[in-house]
Ligand binder design. Structure first.
Ligand SMILES: [Cu+2]
Length: 128
């Protein structure tokens, strides 16, 4: 007498749900007439979301053409920095997130509004 075991395999392969590694997040605050931090440090080649917020009493921007030009980012984020302008412009009380992968270097930042840089609205991004 042959006994043939019938094995029914209900193989349910469940992939563990792990959130994609979220990029680090840093905040840059624009005020009258400064950036905080004045010197932003980022890691080369590591994705980061920069949360820009304007707490000043009027419009300000974060102009860093070479920093943004050297960074890798998708079209939506490129649009947030004005494309080739390399500028995050915010009205009073506004904020925006820009996600990018920075390229090594030291970059100058300034506000392009009339006299703002003269009044001290300058900074640096250091990527290493
Ligand atoms: Cu300004």
């Amino acid at each position: 007498m042959r006994f043939v075991p019938l094995a029914i395999f209900a193989a349910v392969l469940s992939t563990p749900v792990t959130a994609a590694e979220a990029p680090a997040k840093v905040t840059v605050t624009m005020a009258n007439f400064s950036y905080a931090p004045a010197e932003l440090h980022l890691r080369a080649g590591e994705g980061v979301t920069i949360h820009f917020v304007n707490t000043g009493s009027g419009g300000h921007d974060f102009t860093a053409e070479t920093f943004f030009a050297a960074a890798t980012m998708d079209a939506a984020n490129r649009a947030r920095v004005g494309g080739a302008k390399g500028r995050v412009a915010l009205g009073k009380g506004d904020s925006v997130d820009v996600t990018l992968v920075p390229h090594a270097g030291t970059y100058d930042v300034h506000c392009s509004h009339f006299l703002h840089a003269t009044m001290g609205m300058t900074g640096k991004v250091v990527v290493d």
